[in-house]
Design a protein around this ligand. Structure first.
Ligand SMILES: C[S@@+](CC[C@H](N)C(=O)[O-])C[C@H]1O[C@@H](n2cnc3c(N)ncnc32)[C@H](O)[C@@H]1O
Length: 277
């Protein structure tokens, strides 16, 4: 049987060259992502142009039509999110973790929260809302700093504008919906006090520097797309950027590699909340 890769089908060299090309042209580090996941995403774009699994043809297409990169990047970075996504984790953070963190902070100190891979900002604003509520409850003067980062500039544009369709608020408890949003036509806009509290910036978790001294890093539904080695690399960097006794939150289907069991204690295994020992 002829080498099935000579015409670029079913991956192999064609796939590798495509990954290298995308990295060279737009700086997207495909090698860090799970191969199966990447192939599914590439193939979805290729099918649109009737190329099926022909990676060579797609390489040529990208040379000819560089505008395709924008759509490809959208497809590679899956931006699905919503406010209070997986409510139980926010409930736990609200009632236990954040409450404890704010209670323990000395007057005038800062509380630093980083939402890594924040997509269009819903997660970042959700964290901001529960932090503000706890601050009020404890009558604390803690200075809350919340930053959301993502690789995708379009998502960040939405995040900064803070305007969302009603469906993004499906899981939002009424208390937060009435207090932190104003209805504008069919959409909901986060109130300006919340919008001002949160900062967004572009960041590639593999290439760019990490914010330091974070009391809490929330990186949910992001590392799931990365290879095991890349996941370990990122967790090591998160450890460096966490403050002493800081918290790390992963997505419901994401796990912490066994090699980190000495570094973190499990605060809530079900909700993937860990604390630096
Ligand atoms: C499924 S969303 C998760 C959004 C939110 N954390 C949540 O759980 O609802 C995954 C996000 O990871 C971002 N992402 C993918 N690769 C990234 C990278 N190398 N650096 C930073 N963000 C990345 C994507 O752009 C996307 O917005």
């Amino acid at each position: 049987m002829a080498n099935i890769d000579t015409d670029g089908r079913l991956g192999g060299k064609g796939f590798q060259l495509l990954i290298e090309k995308v990295q060279k042209d737009i700086g997207f580090f495909g090698a860090q992502y799970k191969e199966k996941c990447l192939k599914r995403r590439f193939n979805a774009r290729m099918r649109r142009h009737n190329m099926e699994d022909n990676y060579w043809a797609y390489i040529k297409y990208l040379d000819q039509y560089p505008d395709e990169y924008e759509k490809l990047l959208k497809s590679l970075t899956i931006n699905v999110t919503r406010f209070f996504r997986n409510l139980p984790v926010f409930d736990f953070l609200f009632k236990k973790t954040l409450s404890k963190m704010i209670e323990e902070k000395k007057p005038g100190c800062s509380l630093r929260i980083w939402s890594a891979g924040c997509a269009s900002g819903e997660e970042t604003y959700s964290l901001a809302m529960i932090a503000l509520e706890q601050k009020k409850k404890w009558k604390s003067d803690v200075n809350i700093s919340i930053v959301g980062t993502d690789i995708d500039v379009d998502s960040l544009r939405i995040a900064r504008a803070g305007i969302y369709p009603e469906s993004a608020l499906d899981e939002t408890p009424d208390l937060f919906k009435t207090k932190y949003f104003e209805k504008i036509g069919d959409n909901y806009k986060v109130v300006s006090s919340l919008n001002r509290l949160v900062r967004f910036r572009q960041q590639d978790l593999f290439r760019d520097s990490y914010p330091r001294f974070n009391d809490l890093i929330c990186c949910r539904n992001v590392i799931i797309y990365f290879s095991k080695e890349a996941q370990v690399q990122l967790i090591e960097k998160f450890i460096q950027s966490l403050a002493r006794r800081g918290y790390l939150i992963l997505g419901k289907t994401e796990t912490l590699n066994a090699q980190f069991s000495d570094v973190f204690e499990r605060v809530n295994s079900r909700e993937r909340i860990f604390r630096k020992k």
